[in-house]
Design a protein around this ligand. Sequence first.
Ligand SMILES: CC(C)(COP(=O)(O)OP(=O)(O)OC[C@H]1O[C@@H](n2cnc3c(N)ncnc32)[C@H](O)[C@@H]1OP(=O)(O)O)[C@@H](O)C(=O)NCCC(=O)NCCS
Length: 157
Amino acid sequence: MHPPPVSASVRVRRAESSDLDDLVALEERTFDSDRLSRAQYRRHLDSDSAQVLVASANHRNFLGTAVLFFRKGSGVARLYSLATQPEARGKGVGSALLEASAHTARRRGCRALRLEVRADNALAISLYERLGFRRIGGYARYYQDGADAWRYEKALA
Ligand SMILES: CC(C)(COP(=O)(O)OP(=O)(O)OC[C@H]1O[C@@H](n2cnc3c(N)ncnc32)[C@H](O)[C@@H]1OP(=O)(O)O)[C@@H](O)C(=O)NCCC(=O)NCCS
């Protein structure tokens, strides 16, 4: 018998300081440049202008994370980072984190959620487009390694 799909049981919660080791380890496994440091994660966990979300499912407490930023007086929230543990990809964790990010931003009164994504990250781009993000522009050589970025926005009705 097949185990139930992870997507059916993904929960998204707010990150706590006990998640710091997992957050930093996933960041290092996932990104080669533009990484968040442990000190930055620690600051974001304590900040009103940031929200760090963590996905868990079944008996696994840490499957992925999303980092959101907010600015006072701005109706636009920014999804700064999204990552799923490599062995848990393709099971709905990223989708659950995106849905929860939109929900969190909407609850904080934002009218839109924006993000930048590497122009060569076809998998993430198709995920964003499937979940209602629209391409609104781009930046040449946006990342530390010289890669270009697309900007995406999702309206939060
Ligand atoms: C982008 C990312 C967060 C997606 O997370 P995820 O948990 O795999 O997301 P989901 O399972 O909800 O959706 C992944 C998509 O890839 C497909 N997929 C199928 N098999 C897959 C596999 N083995 N691995 C990854 N994706 C797979 C899924 O079906 C889904 O396609 P869809 O959008 O057409 O439905 C994850 O791949 C990741 O951490 N990548 C590295 C970091 C990154 O690129 N972050 C985004 C830019 S900051």
